[in-house]
Design a protein around this ligand. Sequence first.
Ligand code: C2E
Ligand code: CA
Ligand code: CA
Ligand code: CA
Length: 275
Amino acid sequence: AKAAGRGIYRFFEPEMSARVQARRRMELGLRSAIANEQFAVHYQPIVNAKTGAVVAFEALIRWYHPERGLVPPAEFIPLAEEAGLIPEIGLWILKRACRDATAWPTGIRVAINLSPLQFQYRNLVGDVEGALRQSGLCATRLDLEITESLLLQNSEVTLSILHDLKALGISISMDDFGTGYSSLSYLRRFPFDKIKIDRSFISDIGETSESLAIVKAIIRLGEALKMNIVAEGVETIEQKSLLCRVGCQELQGYLFSRPQPADSIEAVLQRISFD
Ligand code: C2E
Ligand code: CA
Ligand code: CA
Ligand code: CA
């Protein structure tokens, strides 16, 4: 709706000011959310498609707003980006998720989402090194997930940061693959270890042969480029068996588990190992 353009709102002054005020209130709330301990990180397992074993957990931030309750990240991350709060929030997640992961079995990795702005505002490589050092987590257990929107911006700087992160032993995943404009050229240019196929392709692989054909092609591409393929948003047994049949290596979705708080990880591991 915000893309509708400014001019449109000229005729709706009262509505606009109500909206702007609501945003300001949210922004003020966000500014104090870390100090007030309103953020939490939840974790969703990623499983090996063949063995069913948990190979990683993806860290997903949650905001418990005192009046509004749980605010989804799709709502507040863009606001945090606009308000310049991403460096601080991003660093908080990084530290928290690395620390939480040290309690897990050492074969299990942690995947953390990075906002493109984290590549601009701060010494990202230094922050990541610091989070690893403080937590004692081994760099080889960390996956960083980035989206194409990052690659649209200043690619020389981005590329050098990605190489520095890889030099530490960290893996880089391309998130939401297939939803952007020029994914294929990015695969050639950037050093990805993993490709995460966007949920939109997975959700109808059972219904349309086109989606299944695309997923198969991405898996072949991953084999050729030596990149692991993760399917996200797996919700049904039918999707799971189709993905296993076409050779997808890793699966993630509500079928296995919804994102869970850190203190439920042990229970999630127990349950999945007996499935
Ligand atoms: P994402 O990185 O693509 O994360 C996957 C989203 O899909 C998560 O939503 C997850 O809960 C949801 N999901 C997982 N499995 C299923 C499924 O089987 N069905 C359906 N319908 N949904 C599923 P969530 O947690 O609401 O996060 C939304 C987005 O917010 C994330 O998309 C990511 O772009 C962003 N985000 C979340 N946490 C962080 C963070 O710590 N930092 C940054 N920069 N962005 C974050
Ligand atoms: Ca992600
Ligand atoms: Ca994703
Ligand atoms: Ca997504």
